[in-house]
Design a binder for this molecule. Structure first.
Ligand SMILES: C[S@@+](CC[C@H](N)C(=O)[O-])C[C@H]1O[C@@H](n2cnc3c(N)ncnc32)[C@H](O)[C@@H]1O
Length: 325
């Protein structure tokens, strides 16, 4: 049995990267902040709470699908297999798959996440499964995947997980470009499990991203608090409010932070002063929704074949098994 271990290669975005992206994003006509910065220690902890909320059906649907189909997925893989997860978060739902794989063979699991806190949680969550060793990478998705692929031994198959419908955070063309990049790192026969959220009634979606307890609002506002903490910003949090809205043309939920008054904010660590009009917004995240046919077509356009799709009946949500051609 391989030794249980957890090592971390550290190369997440630096404070200088954060400052540069904040400066650039807040200088655009539609102010924006990259969603990857939502996940610091506080943000990752709040995301865990979001996953437990009754309104956030995505997490439970994703967990049900992995649990129900873990055996089918494992049956279609050759041996031996290494598993890499892009944006693993706490890796909770990955347990079912790792347990199914480990019944067959020892397995090394490589969670890749830019949030150190998420990786630490993942090590606690999954660090004690028999015959599973964990090597975490505090990296951006593709940097991490390149590192994992470089460790591949002859004859080993790579299984990549991209769960949580995180692909929805990319604009559609960027999502496809991302899948093409993932494919370019893989070898023919490697597998990708891609989870995608399916369009559903708008009120149901809005509640998932704007829960009555205000946890998602806190998750979103924490981005401004993070800028205050790490870049010396002087955002007054009570002068911003969370907004989730449905963009029908793009079929996505957008999360924004709305300035409730006219105000000026300075961020010394990013060397900027930013003026806000009343009701002006900062766009912080998108969550695109996909239908099943669209996902199959996307697989073909990006060098994969969609071998299976499983859709949850309680919260329409798809788990798609792609194989690299
Ligand atoms: C929506 S959560 C999904 C977590 C988990 N996969 C799930 O299904 O519940 C997205 C995760 O991706 C990570 N993440 C976001 N942008 C990233 C990037 N560019 N590179 C690596 N990780 C990223 C976040 O830190 C977070 O843990």
């Amino acid at each position: 049995m391989p030794e249980r271990r957890y090592t971390e290669a550290v190369s997440a975005p630096t404070t200088a990267d954060f400052a540069a992206e904040v400066r650039a994003g807040l200088s655009r006509p539609q102010k924006e902040l990259p969603s990857k910065y939502l996940y610091d220690e506080v943000g990752s902890a709040l995301f865990e709470v979001i996953c437990a909320l009754p309104e956030y059906g995505l997490f439970r649907a994703g967990s049900r699908l992995v649990r129900r189909h873990a055996t089918d997925i494992v049956a279609g893989l050759s041996s031996p297999v290494m598993v890499a997860e892009l944006g693993s978060g706490s890796g909770k739902k990955t347990r079912y798959l790792l347990e199914a794989l480990a019944r067959r063979q020892p397995v090394t699991y490589y969670p890749i996440d830019i949030s150190r806190a998420a990786l630490a949680r993942c090590a606690i969550e999954l660090g004690h499964i028999d015959s599973v060793s964990i090597v975490g990478f505090e990296r951006a998705y593709l940097d991490g995947l390149l590192e994992v692929a470089a460790r591949r031994r002859p004859g080993e198959q790579l299984l990549v997980l991209f769960l949580g419908s995180t692909i929805g955070n990319f604009d559609r063309p960027a999502g496809e470009a991302f899948l093409r990049e993932v494919r370019s790192i893989l070898s023919p026969g490697d597998a990708l499990i891609l989870a995608t959220d399916v369009e559903k009634p708008v009120p149901q979606l809005l509640l998932a991203y704007d829960d009555p307890l205000g946890v998602t609002a806190a998750f979103n506002l924490n981005l401004l608090a993070r800028i205050n903490r790490e870049l010396g910003g002087d955002f007054v949090l009570s002068q911003f409010r969370h907004l989730a809205r449905w963009n029908d043309a793009e079929r996505r939920i957008e999360m924004h932070l709305v300035s409730t008054v006219e105000q000026t904010v300075s961020i010394s660590g990013a060397g900027v002063t930013v003026d806000f009009k009343k009701d002006e917004t900062i766009w912080t995240e998108s969550c695109h929704k996909y239908n099943a046919a669209e996902v199959r077509e996307m697989a073909e356009r990006t060098g994969f074949r969609c071998r299976a799709q499983w859709v949850d009946s309680e919260w329409p949500y798809a788990q798609n098994l792609f194989v690299a051609e």
